[in-house]
Design a protein around this ligand. Structure first.
Ligand SMILES: [Zn+2]
Ligand SMILES: [Zn+2]
Length: 285
């Protein structure tokens, strides 16, 4: 698998991508703008050219944009749907203009409606989001931690989106911390095998393009979205080792979204690399 992490771009693309490379990444994820805003990122052509060049130099493939946290494609409020579509389409255009392969988005929440009613509306929103998608860009739907009315907490529901929307440029991203919080016991070989068997049945492994590798301290099925350092949480070394061992995933990419500062990023990248190299659990001082 190609391994990378989410990097902040406050000090510009060149510095961010260089930091990713120094931490040992060969894939990368960024926000295109403030993730807590409805403001659509402007297509700043010189900055996008910098991104392209810096990324080639750093050898970061694939690159991913994570969309704004405000996105809700399952809302019954037309204003929220319009704002959300603006953001998704803005990021798809940003990706096309900068050569970025994936746009990763949360689906949102059904609010007070029934899942059935919300599901149809969310499919229609996705149809619209994908209307003008450029070749070479894929929109991936990220699984949620499954709390309350959140959309996309199960493999079955994600699979239903893929089948119902039926667009070749629509795929899925599996966040391991969210999967654990939604009740998938992926902390052992057996748990990971069962999870991937179900993922293949419900979604198809060919449509799962991306993983977010995050550990978590939330209890199994705890429905809370909290990320933790790789190998130091409930998924642990065994869970990630089982994922690393699956040859069907070798052509996919995994992005870390672990907490902390630069030194934590370096440590988490080192840990995931060790796991992929088949090392046993490190003993920490
Ligand atoms: Zn996310
Ligand atoms: Zn994630």
């Amino acid at each position: 698998m190609r391994l990378g992490m989410h990097v902040r771009t406050a000090r510009g693309y060149a510095a961010a991508l260089e930091r990713a490379q120094r931490a040992g990444c060969n894939a990368v994820q960024i926000f295109s703008s403030n993730p807590r805003s409805y403001r659509v990122a402007p297509l700043d052509q010189p900055a996008l050219a910098t991104f392209r060049t810096a990324r080639q130099t750093a050898g970061l493939y694939p690159a991913v944009i994570h969309t704004s946290y405000l996105i809700n494609l399952a809302s019954d409020d037309p204003k929220i749907i319009a704002g959300s579509l603006g953001l998704v389409r803005g990021d798809l255009a940003f990706a096309a203009a900068s050569g970025i392969e994936f746009v990763n988005t949360h689906l949102g929440s059904y609010g007070k409606r029934s899942r059935e009613q919300g599901f149809g509306d969310a499919c229609r929103a996705l149809d619209k989001a994908l209307e003008d998608i450029a070749p070479g860009v894929v929109l991936v739907l990220e699984n949620s931690a499954g709390a309350g009315q959140l959309c996309g907490g199960t493999l079955e529901e994600l699979g239903r989106f893929i089948k119902s929307v039926d667009h070749p440029q629509l795929g899925v991203c599996i966040d391991t911390a969210h999967a654990w919080a939604a009740g998938y016991e992926i902390n052992s070989q057996r748990g990971v095998d069962a999870f991937l068997y179900e993922a293949a049945e419900q979604i198809g492994l060919d449509r799962i393009h991306l993983f977010h590798f995050n550990d978590t301290q939330v209890p199994l099925g705890g429905n809370r979205d909290r990320h933790w350092h790789i190998g130091e949480g409930n998924i642990g070394f065994a869970g990630f080792r089982a994922l690393a061992a699956r040859s069907e995933l070798a052509s996919k990419a995994a992005i870390l979204e672990t907490p902390g500062e630069d030194e934590d990023d370096v440590r988490n990248m080192q840990t995931i690399r060790l796991i992929f190299e088949g090392a046993s659990a490190p003993t920490r001082a």
